[in-house]
Design a protein around this ligand. Sequence first.
Ligand SMILES: Nc1ncnc2c1ncn2[C@@H]1O[C@H](COP(=O)(O)OP(=O)(O)OP(=O)(O)O)[C@@H](O)[C@H]1O
Length: 365
Amino acid sequence: MPNITLSGVAKSYGGGDYAVKNLDLTVPDGAFMCLLGPSGCGKTTTLRMIAGLEQPTAGSIAVGDRVLDSVERGLYVPPEKRGMGLVFQNYALWPHLSVRENVEFGLRMRKVPGPERRARAETALKMVHVDAAMDRYPSQLSGGQQQRVALARMLAINPTVLLLDEPLSNLDAQLRLEMRAELKRIHEESGATIVFVTHDQLEALTMATDVAVMKDGELQQLAAPMEMYARPANRFVAEFVGSPPMAIVDVAPSPTGLAGSLMRSIEARAGQCAPTAVGIRPEALRLGTPPGTAWHEEAVVEAVLPAGSSWTVRLRILDTELYAVSYTPVEAAAGDVLTCWTDQMHLFGADGVRLSSWDRTEVGA
Ligand SMILES: Nc1ncnc2c1ncn2[C@@H]1O[C@H](COP(=O)(O)OP(=O)(O)OP(=O)(O)O)[C@@H](O)[C@H]1O
């Protein structure tokens, strides 16, 4: 299955506002791409355009050489001719059909003969681990099992592209975790290309091979999850990806307090650009004795929040409140004064674009 390519795609529902603006995006063959962003950023509209459920206002969509939409050429291929499988947040199963019959339904519509239909339904149900409940009805299944049946129903038709719109949002935390692992396994086993819409950054980081972050209908960054986490393209991505979020301190025009302290440390380094903001991830803000070259300050502990495997600490550093996350126990109480330090900072320019990192490992300090 070749790449899915969106070129200059825009969508207006009328009234002048654009839900998606001039989007250039390539979904590589076999990718698990997450479209990630806050509510209203245009993720669902993008997915629906790929599916053929919405027509773009401008631009073109192609799978390899096959053009599915071209506004310029007046070309539009309807959803049923695109060979894509769709699962939406509200995955209605037929209540009067058994699990097996639900999965066979799509195959029946496609006139797949009986024996093959049964075999394909069983294979798909095995893939999502609900084959033991094949003869039950949807009302006799848990929410997670129903979700899996909806997936099996889509997998049974062997689509080479799976389009999923927040399919895990109705599930509780435990089931979501389970389904993330399942989806990842299904992706690896089936070799299908997946486009997955979510507003949950953790979902994107844990499952995707590629993450496309959107804001106000515009693509902010397209990168592998860990690359995006380590090198966010701009302030928006930096704050959206990661929890607790990266702390961003404005350091222009005349920095005082924590901003002043950070700037003195940055200016002390030769060849650094002039940032207007500095970002520090909570896990990069460390407690204890700093190594020689690291920025450090005294911090007042405001609260320690243990979570079993990690400790989140709210600190006041000069005039600013920041969060630190430690993966070793923090034996401190509110009011204690500790030294905190970091050797990993992200520097942002006036337009919010990330200029560089100040990382001991990157600059060789
Ligand atoms: N059918 C429609 N008619 C008019 N406006 C629409 C329609 N569908 C979406 N929009 C608008 O387009 C913009 C993008 O919506 P879209 O659903 O694509 O965003 P989203 O990122 O998927 O958000 P959410 O996570 O809330 O679903 C929003 O401003 C929304 O109000």
